[in-house]
Design a protein around this ligand. Structure first.
Ligand SMILES: C[S@@+](CC[C@H](N)C(=O)[O-])C[C@H]1O[C@@H](n2cnc3c(N)ncnc32)[C@H](O)[C@@H]1O
Length: 230
C-alpha cells in the first residue's frame, strides 16, 4: 500500500475517482464535487483504505504496460502522472535513473472529468507530490517535478514517456507534439490513453493498442507508440 496523509488522500481521490466506493460516490453526488472535495471528504475518506486501493489501482495499470518497459530505459518522462504512484512501482521493478514529472500545481474549482478543449483542468499540488514520492521510497536525487504552467520543460532525451488518463484523454496531444518530437528519438516509446487511437497511425510509424477501457469517464484505448512519421 502507499502511505498517504489526509491532504494527499483527498487529492488522489480527485485524480482517480475509481478509488472511492459507491456509498461515498453517492455522498459526493449529493453535495457536489467542490463541497465534497473541500469539506465533506475530510470526514468520509480513510487514508489507509485509499492508500491500499491507490496501490492496487496503480499496480494493475503497471501490468498493462510493463512489457513495454525495457531494462535499457533509463530516462522516464511522466506527463500528468498525478501523485506518481505508477512511477513508484516502476522504480521498484526497473533501474530507471531519472524520473521527470510534468504536472500542474493547482486544483480546478469545478473539477469536471472529460475532454477539456482549453486544457484548464488540473488536480495536483507539487509539494504534496514531492513529499508523497519521497515518503514512499523514491530518492530525491532521482526525480524532478516540472510545473507545466511556470517552468521551462526539461530538455533531455527520454527513453520512455508515460501519460495515463491525461494526454489525449483530457486534452489534445498537439499541446505536447513539438515538445515530444524534440525530446524523444527512434528508440523511445510513448504510452498514453487516447479517445482516437486510429488518428495516431498518421503521427507515428508504430502504434500498438495495449488496453481498451469502456468503464472510464469516456471510452479510451491505451497505446504504445514510437517513431514520429514527420
Ligand atoms: C485524471 S488525472 C490522471 C492521473 C494519473 N495519470 C493516473 O492515472 O492516476 C489527470 C492529471 O493530468 C494533469 N494535467 C492536466 N493538464 C496537464 C498538462 N497540460 N500537463 C501535465 N499534466 C496535466 C492533472 O493535474 C491531473 O493530475
Amino acid at each position: 500500500m502507499f502511505k498517504l496523509n489526509s491532504k494527499e488522500t483527498r487529492l488522489v481521490v480527485l485524480q482517480i475517482i475509481e478509488l472511492i466506493n459507491s456509498t461515498i460516490k453517492r455522498v459526493r453526488k449529493l453535495f457536489g464535487r467542490y463541497i465534497f472535495s473541500n469539506i465533506v471528504s475530510r470526514f468520509f475518506l480513510n487514508k489507509i483504505d485509499i492508500g491500499k486501493s491507490y496501490y492496487n489501482n496503480m499496480n494493475s495499470e503497471y501490468r498493462t504496460l510493463e512489457k513495454y518497459i525495457d531494462p535499457q530505459h533509463k530516462n522516464l518522462l511522466s506527463i500528468g502522472g498525478g501523485l506518481g504512484g505508477l512511477e513508484l512501482i516502476i522504480n521498484e521493478k526497473f533501474d530507471v535513473k531519472s524520473f521527470n514529472f510534468i504536472e500542474r500545481n493547482y486544483v480546478s474549482k469545478k473539477v469536471k472529468y472529460g475532454w477539456d478543449n482549453k486544457n484548464n483542468e488540473a488536480y495536483n499540488d507539487l509539494i504534496l507530490q514531492k513529499n508523497f514520492l519521497i515518503k514512499n521510497g523514491m530518492q530525491p536525487s532521482k526525480f524532478n517535478i516540472f510545473d507545466y504552467d511556470h517552468d521551462q520543460l526539461p530538455n533531455a532525451k527520454f527513453d520512455i514517456v508515460i501519460s495515463l488518463f491525461s494526454l489525449d484523454y483530457h486534452y489534445d496531444f498537439s499541446i505536447y507534439l513539438e515538445y515530444l518530437k524534440k525530446t524523444t528519438d527512434h528508440n523511445s516509446i510513448i504510452i498514453f490513453d487516447t479517445i482516437r487511437p486510429e488518428y495516431f497511425k498518421n503521427i507515428f510509424k508504430s502504434v500498438n493498442l495495449i488496453d481498451i477501457r469502456n468503464q472510464t469517464v469516456h471510452k479510451s484505448t491505451r497505446v504504445a507508440c514510437s517513431r514520429f512519421l514527420f
